[in-house]
Ligand binder design. Structure first.
Ligand code: FES
Length: 137
């Protein structure tokens, strides 16, 4: 494997829970890899699969989507919609010949900074093992 390879993880966090969770990790000085690039969205349910596929087809090594836990979405069922879309994204990745591990959907509350850091670290480790996204070049 290329020793200089550092995965790029585009991470979409919903405004109300997960972004605050990522912020809580920072405030509590719980470290997670700088490979994780956070994009704040209002709700995980607003993330169309095209946006995830676009990030991967433009060379992101992985996409992590974090939303509120079921029952906590500030738009009622946005995260449930995200879950359905996650299944569709898995099928599209299969069609593209990409490993399903390049996409991950997780629930992170505002108080779960440690959980966010653990998920982010796991995602980076998984992508290090998988190697670069073939669409990267
Ligand atoms: Fe967080 Fe909908 S507002 S998932």
């Amino acid at each position: 494997m290329n020793e200089t390879y550092e995965p790029v993880v585009v991470t979409f966090c919903c405004n109300w829970c997960s972004y605050a969770g990522a912020d809580a990790a920072g405030t509590a000085k719980v470290q997670y890899p700088s490979n994780v690039h956070i994009v704040r969205v209002m709700c995980s349910g607003m993330l169309h699969p095209n946006i995830v596929i676009d990030a991967l087809s433009k060379g992101a090594d992985g996409v992590l989507v974090c939303g509120c836990h079921p029952g906590d979405c500030h738009y009622q069922e946005g995260n449930l919609k995200a879950e359905k879309r996650g299944e569709a994204i898995g099928l599209i990745l299969e069609d593209l010949g990409l490993e399903p591990e390049r996409f991950r959907l997780e629930w992170v509350s505002a108080s779960e900074g440690t959980r966010f850091a653990r998920i982010a670290t796991e995602m980076v480790e998984t992508l290090r093992e998988l190697g670069p996204n073939p669409f990267r070049s």
